[in-house]
Design a protein around this ligand. Structure first.
Ligand code: RP5
Length: 153
């Protein structure tokens, strides 16, 4: 993620990965405050053994696109809900990549962070039966939690 301030949102991705038993490393890598760190991370991520990158950033959110330009790994972008424009700035910054360097862009905020983790898990599940099973269980649990009729709370 681009900042410590992104963590309350990106923690939702971390929580899903934890629930699915998927190892991850949560790092603060700012495209504009720590560009060297971003470059070093993105350039070495594949060799370090990472399989998928989830990049959360807000405002002029260049982190996901810059990361995607520097690594062959799949990159999923999470637009952080910004104060000024409620995350529409983040969304458009991340989603409008020129053809050739894709960033799989999720929804703004918590839903996007949650779904980025689930999408990353789905990619990993193609090669890992344990993750495939964990993902099946995750979905079954959510299906089972839906009552047929509404209840008063
Ligand atoms: C982006 O700018 C970050 O991803 C964050 O969402 C936003 C604000 O960053 P800080 O001012 O908290 O460093 O780069």
């Amino acid at each position: 993620m681009g900042s410590q301030s992104d963590w309350p949102t990106m923690k939702h991705a971390a929580d899903v990965l934890d629930e699915l038993g998927i190892a991850f490393d949560a790092r603060i890598v700012s495209a504009h405050r720590t560009p060297d760190r971003m470059y070093d991370f993105a350039k070495s991520a594949k060799d370090e053994g990472f399989k998928v990158i989830i990049a959360g950033a807000g405002g002029a959110a260049h982190l996901p696109g810059m990361t995607a330009a520097l690594t062959p790994l799949p990159v999923f972008g999470v637009p952080i809900e910004s104060r000024a424009l409620s995350g529409e700035d983040s969304l458009l910054s991340i989603v409008q990549m020129p053809g050739g360097i894709p960033v799989g862009t999720l929804a703004i905020g918590k839903a996007g962070a949650t779904n980025a983790a689930l999408l990353a898990a789905a990619v990993l599940a193609l090669m890992n039966p344990q993750i495939e099973q964990a993902l099946d269980d995750y979905r079954s649990a959510r299906t089972a939690a839906v009552t047929e009729r509404p209840v008063d709370s």
